[in-house]
Design a protein around this ligand. Sequence first.
Ligand SMILES: Cc1ncc(COP(=O)(O)O)c(C=O)c1O
Length: 402
Amino acid sequence: MFDITKIARPNILKLEPYRCARDDYKVGILLDANENTHGPSVPDLTDNETALELNRYPDPHQEQLKQQICDFRNSEASLSSASVKIPTVAGQKVPLNVSNLCLGVGSDESIDALIRCIVAPGKEKMLICPPTYGMYSICAVVNDVEIVKVPLDLETFQIQPDLILDQLEKDLSIKLVYITSPGNPTAVQIKPVLLEELLNKVQQSTWNGLIVVDEAYVDFCEVGSSVSVLVNKFPNLVVLQTLSKAFGLAGIRLGICFSTPEVSRLLNSMKYPYNISNLTSSVALRATSKDALVKMRQRVDLIKEQRQIVVDELAKLPGVGRNIGGLDSNFVLMEILNKEGEPDNEIANKVYLTLAEQRNVVVRFRGKELGCKGCLRITIGTKEENETLITQLKEVLQEVRK
Ligand SMILES: Cc1ncc(COP(=O)(O)O)c(C=O)c1O
């Protein structure tokens, strides 16, 4: 049976969250936090910025924002079309609530925080499923944590639950598993049934640790397929989301970590108290309002429409091979072929460099990732940007494959 007190690092278990006088007293003449009560020394603040009281420390708890995020995911999971529903535990529906959330400076902050929370540096390990997002490895190195790899199935880019479980049972020093769904750079959503299969098997095993599902791109998938609502059913599950992708807010740095109230309490105790700025929370609150969610969905539809056009146009270009990934994100993973018609890293890298240096179009070379030979990862832009990409890529391919 999963028990967070058996896996969290003892120093973190003992940690009491930082407390400030503002936790108890929020109004009055506020002379408790060594702020500058004269206000910001910026001469041309807009009225909106002034209203944010930028001379004051932000709210460490962000309950209103957390509630809005829970409402959003609960409502999606309540749709009749949802493939992942709000779980029922002991006969009662258990929707997400604010105690399930910890907010971070992008999901990158939570990726690092989870490692620091439960993986002992120099002793314990974490597991990743390549090809995958690069920050897991960077955070592992920073935290002196060894990485164990169980690749995705390289045909389907789905996880292999039995291989993961074998590895976990063989090596109980693995404390954390990172799964990306939809994957980066694969753009394939991991089937929720496969994730549930893994979570069920893990619950019955001797292994004690956390399975983190990074859903940075989940809003490009079918509405109602996020597994975030399952954190109250599977105590091992942690789900990461972000406003950086479908919400178009990479600049505000707002990441969301869903987990059981017990895990969430630890993460909230560890975090810097004022990690979410007044500017960020003000924009995030507006972005998760009902009206803004409608707009987010419209934008996602637009991106999906453009994605199909890009895929169709790319297929016509000599030198472009298959889209080896899926269509569950706002990018595609395209093979670049040599004259013999094979995916080729040298050609793909040359195309990447020429596009960036001579044509002002920046895509990402991913050919060195496992199972991604000769691939470029191409983000779907605006109609005009996509048209330019296609025109420039066509010319560059002719030049480079001569
Ligand atoms: C899979 C995945 N997770 C997390 C992130 C980081 O997101 P954030 O901007 O919230 O730190 C990215 C960004 O590219 C990503 O691809």
